[in-house]
Design a protein around this ligand. Structure first.
Ligand SMILES: [Zn+2]
Ligand SMILES: [Zn+2]
Length: 354
């Protein structure tokens, strides 16, 4: 059911605001659009908050193949189910839900039949890339992509957990590290500040690695037992002194920075990469052989993994530290995220947030 909505443009009508990218590298445009209707199997979400992820630059800059423009970015969405499309079972209007990077799958390919929806071979949908995302007052998404938000989390808290949160939580819990193992987080930014918290709460001996001294006290406050300033010391040697890392978890987007810490891994150590870098990673093969090292990546997760991420966050007190901007200031908020200066995620809110 459409509810009348008073827009910033004046008047009461079934319209909404959306912040669209008109073409690759085009400027953001605040436009008025019809509130979308959910098709069969989809729901409409009244957006309350949407995190700004570095991967939104794929849409903004046009670096992801096959995007239809104009496109509304946003895949860290928290809101309320506002309408159900035909045939949607198990969800009702008014429920608090989130949608993340994983925004839908085909349901019949080999990956989907194994429940591995994130590697769907036919329709791995991403909000804000495959269809319009959360930089808007409303959006539509497949019901299978929804995660239920627990009452303890506000929309601003839930949003960043839908991509930055799930990616770090899910990758860490599948990294093979056991409680007590030395786990190093490379990069203390939007991903890293969550990774440090999750790693500490999972019981890993957590090492935070960043450039400069200024993030040291914060990293320790977030649960890191050790802080290594990569501009002041040989990080790999420092990790070896601590016994060698079981897992180094890279959230940075510089391949050289990843290569520089590899020698800090202990026997059977693993480098897990979640920061989306495009440059090749140069590695000496002998290092891999002699210590049986492995290098892997991890892509976010399914909707139920998002729900697990939120449940764990409620259980342990993990929260994103976020700077909050209203939707209409998305261009400024996006630049703030891209500058690398934000502490640490940037989240957009609509008038429906409170
Ligand atoms: Zn993301
Ligand atoms: Zn599939």
């Amino acid at each position: 059911m459409l509810r009348p909505y008073t827009s910033v443009f004046g008047g009461t009508m079934a319209k909404m605001r959306a912040m669209q990218v008109p073409q690759p590298q085009g400027p953001f445009e605040l436009v008025e659009r019809d509130i979308p209707e959910p098709g069969a199997g989809w729901v409409r979400i009244k957006v309350q908050a949407c995190g700004i992820c570095h991967s939104d630059s794929f849409t903004k800059e046009g670096t992801w193949p096959g995007i239809d423009y104009p496109r509304v970015p946003g895949h860290e969405v928290a809101g309320l189910i506002d309408a159900l499309g035909e045939g949607v079972a198990g969800w009702e209007t008014g429920q608090r839900v989130g949608v993340g990077w994983h925004g839908g799958h085909c349901g019949y390919c080999d990956s989907c039949r194994r429940g591995d929806f994130i590697t769907c071979q036919n329709a791995p949908l991403v909000p804000g890339i495959s269809y319009d995302g959360g930089y808007a007052d409303y959006m539509v998404a497949p019901a299978g992509a929804l995660a239920l938000i627990p009452p303890e989390l506000t929309p601003v808290e839930a949003g960043p957990l839908m991509c930055a949160g799930i990616t770090t939580f899910n990758a860490l819990r599948h990294s093979g590290a056991q409680p007590g193992d030395l786990v190093a987080i490379l990069g203390i930014g939007g991903l890293g500040h969550l990774a440090v918290q999750f790693a500490a709460k999972m019981g890993f001996a957590t090492v935070a690695i960043a450039r400069g001294q200024d993030k040291g006290p914060l990293a320790q406050q977030l649960g890191a037992r050790h802080y290594l300033d990569s501009t002041a010391q040989d990080v790999a040697a420092a990790l070896q002194k601590l016994g060698g890392a079981k897992v180094i978890f890279s959230t940075v987007t510089k391949s050289q920075a990843m290569a520089a810490v590899l020698d800090g891994l202990g026997i059977d150590g693993k480098l897990v990469v979640i920061g989306a870098a495009f440059e090749p990673l140069e590695v000496p093969p002998t290092l891999l052989i002699m210590r049986r090292l492995a290098i892997t990546g991890w892509p976010s997760g399914r909707s139920i993994d998002s729900q697990d991420t939120m449940a764990f966050s409620v259980l342990t007190g993990v929260r994103s530290m976020s700077e909050v901007y209203p939707l209409e200031r998305a261009p400024e908020a996006y630049e703030r995220m891209m500058s690398g200066q934000a502490r640490f995620r940037v989240v957009l809110t609509t008038e429906q947030t409170r």
